[in-house]
Design a binder for this molecule. Structure first.
Ligand code: SAM
Length: 272
């Protein structure tokens, strides 16, 4: 089975493999960790860990630095998984092309599950929650990084101010389908979905990720969002030119452009 949003995601990631890692790996929280490292640390001590929507395997590679761990990853995108397979640290991981709504793993197989910038994109959130409850053993940890938008007063906000009217004006064929379940962007919505599936109350933290950098790098970060994919290339080129012109006015004395986003770090325990 497949859905229109999932077909869109597969096509987008085939055209832009590793897009998320390229945008976010360099981002740093106030404590100096990337959002990937925050998830790595959220499952410290867990020995059998699944990365749900693992993309190009960056987080799996970080998890693999802890020897003796059994790792698995699953993603809709065969193109992203092909990149994950090339990472030496991930060679022993069980990598599957598949859907979070129908996990090809055994009951209680994992004591930890991480998911970076992926959970909020998934259709049929209740089915995903039920599948995670099934494959996590009682007491297992679920740790998710969920996108929270611009942090305010920086390049990501500028980008969205310029881009939103273009997204809204685009003809239907050049718009993205509705992706995922918005309830997963609030702690109340998260508990509404994961509570009945067998998880304890979520621990929810907002973290600012600094993505300040040279203008081109910042464009690559903000311009990597899904909505850009189907836009007319001429519209995207115009947006990029306007963004570059306006972003330069915000540049720091060293030429770098301030950029930041908020992520939500959600952790919940499988009850049992
Ligand atoms: C924004 S990317 C993040 C990739 C990676 N976790 C990272 O942060 O670098 C979201 C990923 O989730 C995957 N994905 C979305 N919905 C999925 C689903 N229902 N089942 C499996 N993977 C899914 C996409 O294919 C994509 O690779």
């Amino acid at each position: 089975m497949t859905t229109v949003p999932e077909d869109f995601l597969r096509a987008f990631h085939a055209a832009h493999p590793a897009v998320t890692a390229r945008a976010m790996a360099r981002g740093l929280a106030a404590d100096g960790r990337s959002s990937y490292e925050i998830l790595r640390d959220a499952v410290t001590g867990r020995r059998r860990v699944l990365d749900l929507g693992c993309g190009d395997g960056l987080l799996l590679e970080l998890l693999a630095a802890d020897p003796g761990r059994e790792l698995a990853g699953i993603d809709l995108s065969a193109d992203e998984l092909a990149l994950a397979r090339r990472r030496p640290g991930v060679a022993a991981a069980d990598l599957r092309v598949g859907r979070a709504q129908q996990l090809p793993f055994a009951d209680g197989q994992f004591d930890g599950c991480v998911t970076h910038m992926a959970l909020m994109l998934m259709d049929e959130a209740e089915r995903v929650a039920a599948e995670l409850a099934r494959v996590l053993e009682p007491g297992g940890t679920l740790a998710a990084v969920i996108g929270g938008g611009p942090a305010g007063g920086e390049a990501y906000e500028l980008f969205l101010r310029l881009a939103r009217p273009l997204f809204d004006a685009a003809p239907a064929a050049r718009r993205i389908p509705r992706l995922g379940d918005r309830r997963l962007r609030t702690p109340e919505g998260f508990d509404e979905i994961f509570g009945p599936a067998g998880f304890g109350p979520v621990r929810w933290e907002s973290v600012r990720i600094d993505l300040t950098g040279p203008p081109d790098l910042v464009w690559r970060t903000v311009g990597g969002i899904y909505d850009i994919g189907p836009l007319d290339p001429a519209v995207t080129a115009g947006l990029r030119a306007r963004f570059a012109a306006e972003a330069v006015a915000t540049a720091l004395p060293d030429g770098r452009v301030p950029c930041a986003m908020t992520v939500r770090v959600a952790t919940a325990r499988r009850l049992g």
